[in-house]
Design a protein around this ligand. Structure first.
Ligand SMILES: [Mg+2]
Length: 177
């Protein structure tokens, strides 16, 4: 059984730019590369888990998202494959939602596919939908401070016990200790 981190993309690894469709606009969040390096050293499998409703809205295609991920991985510059799997949810908030966070479906499928130990898995992100995806999957959630994390809008049983960190690197340093 393996341990794993499910990592949100926008606002967690790269700067959140609404409907990012241009690989040239990618900007890594300070500390993200160190965080990813240490997480790998600690033996965590990494999964990228990102809602990309711009696909569902036809603002861009899945191919564009894949180009962005290739460029992001180039900028990160760590040994490949860095992510064991990429979980990209293309639905809009108005469509029937299968994979879109807060759905736990991607996490549950990855736990099954890669024989992960749910008790050693975390979902890390800067939005309530990240926190709820982890909670709905029955794994630990970590919130990252920012405008999209609204503790008052989470169910109290989730917000009362939610660890919150200023950025991914601070959480990974905490895991290290
Ligand atoms: Mg985010």
């Amino acid at each position: 059984m393996k341990k794993a981190l499910f990592l949100d993309r926008d606002g967690t690894i790269i700067v959140d730019k609404n409907y990012l469709a241009d690989p040239m606009q990618i900007e890594l969040i300070p500390g993200a590369v160190d965080a990813l390096r240490v997480a790998v050293d600690l033996g965590y499998l990494l999964f990228l888990f990102t809602n990309q409703s711009g696909i569902g809205r036809k603002y861009f295609t899945m191919d564009v998202v894949k180009q962005i991920h290739e460029r992001m991985l180039e900028l990160i510059g760590l040994p490949q494959p860095l992510f064991t799997d990429l979980c990209i949810a293309p639905e809009t908030a108005e469509e029937p939602q299968i994979y879109r966070k807060p759905s736990p479906r991607f996490i549950l499928e990855m736990i099954h596919k890669h024989t992960l130990a749910p008790r050693q898995c975390y979902m890390v992100g800067d939005a309530n939908s990240d926190v709820m995806a982890g909670a709905n999957a029955g794994i630990k959630s970590i919130g990252l401070t920012g405008p999209r994390l609204k503790l008052e809008a989470l169910p109290p049983e989730v917000s009362d016990t939610l660890p919150v960190f200023p950025c991914l690197l601070d959480f990974i340093r905490h895991l290290q200790n």
